[in-house]
Design a protein around this ligand. Structure first.
Ligand SMILES: *Cc1c(COP(=O)(O)O)cnc(C)c1O
Length: 338
């Protein structure tokens, strides 16, 4: 099989990196202090297997009981655990298209089949996405979606879950940049699982920490599949401090949303068709000119954006909402090329 290929990580600070939706700002200073303190306590002991400190803090912040949550080594770890728990060899996993390509790789690793259901052209979900099918065991829905940044409203997600014969994992990797989320639905429907990550909105992609929320009897099954100590002591300490600093999150969110609005407007003025985004990136196509050469010329100039070509759908650029200076450089260079 072909493995999943993550976005390019150039290993130098000289590039303007707008290709993997990282947060351009440093994380909350509370995180630095928490890691320092954890180090001072020493690392000779195994961590709490469930990341209990994080679950307690997240429970306060989110209003979800601690035993409704499981922590993961990044949300990719959680997606793997959920796939392994739900889908056996030859069974079926469904995902929308275009979306996060990793889901398909996870199915393949399980010897499972995957079914890609195309979004409508306005990025809404077709009714067929909620259809029953033989051996259908898991449905993934990134919400907001990548690469589009578009959202399926919670009412629609609940309706979808109720029609499905299997669990629905709502991947909320970008939800802190959106207007609404699906967390409340977990209590209303046992088929709904919500996964989140600290990589994007908490500026901790280098840390590797995520969590999944589901009803406690579902969590119990997921725990059987995870590694005993899937999160280390430093990351549990850091993630607990990060989710405890909601003031930092609100400030950061406001900055990113302001830059996103400016980026979208400026790209529109350059003639791009900009998909309205509720994430920390924007998806653009161009009605008159091919975008691949733009991606290549930006790259030659040290500006990395993500070029995506989806067979049967089309291509476009996904540009992460960087810091204002980075966005200015990117926009200037694009303007010079058009
Ligand atoms: C970035 C991303 C993730 C992975 O997050 P990690 O916690 O860094 O593993 C999951 N789903 C989607 C849709 C993403 O874009």
């Amino acid at each position: 099989m072909a493995g999943y290929v993550p976005g390019e990580q150039p290993g130098t600070d000289r590039v303007v990196k707008l290709n993997t939706n990282e947060n351009p700002y440093r994380c909350s200073p509370a995180v630095d202090r928490a890691v320092q303190e954890a180090l001072e306590r020493g690392l000779q002991r195994y961590p709490n297997p469930m990341g209990e400190a994080f679950r307690q803090k997240a429970s306060e912040v989110l209003g979800v009981p601690a035993d409704w949550m499981m922590c993961g080594n990044g949300s990719d770890d959680l997606l793997t655990i959920v796939t392994r728990a739900a889908v056996g060899q030859g069974q079926l996993l469904r995902l929308p298209y275009p979306s996060y390509i990793l889901y398909k790789t996870l199915a393949e690793l399980q010897g499972a089949r995957s079914e890609e259901v195309h979004f409508n052209h306005d990025w809404s979900l077709p009714a067929t996405f909620g259809k029953s099918a033989n051996d259908l065991r898991l449905v993934f829905l990134p919400n907001p979606n990548s690469p589009s940044g578009t959202v399926a409203p919670p009412e629609e997600v609940l309706d979808l879950a109720e029609r499905l014969p299997c669990p629905l994992l709502v991947d909320e990797a970008y939800v802190d940049f959106a207007q609404r989320n699906c967390l409340d639905l977990v209590a209303r429907c046992e088929k709904i699982l919500v996964s989140r990550t600290l990589s994007k909105s908490y500026a901790l992609a280098g840390l590797r920490f995520g969590y999944v929320v589901a009803q406690p009897h579902v969590i119990e099954h997921l725990v059987k599949v995870k590694d005993s100590y899937n999160c280390d002591a430093l990351s549990i300490a850091a993630a607990t401090a990060a989710i405890g600093d909601q003031v930092w999150l609100a400030d950061n969110r406001a900055k990113i949303l302001a830059t996103r609005a400016r980026l979208a407007e400026s790209l529109g003025k350059l003639g791009f068709k900009v998909t309205p985004s509720e994430a920390n990136f924007v998806w653009v196509t161009h009605p008159e000119q091919p975008v691949r050469p733009l991606f290549e010329r930006l790259k030659q100039q040290g500006i990395l954006v993500r070029y995506m070509d989806y067979p049967g759908w089309g291509d476009g650029l996904r540009i992460s909402v960087g810091a204002d200076e980075q966005i200015d450089v990117c926009l200037q260079r694009l303007a010079a090329m058009m």
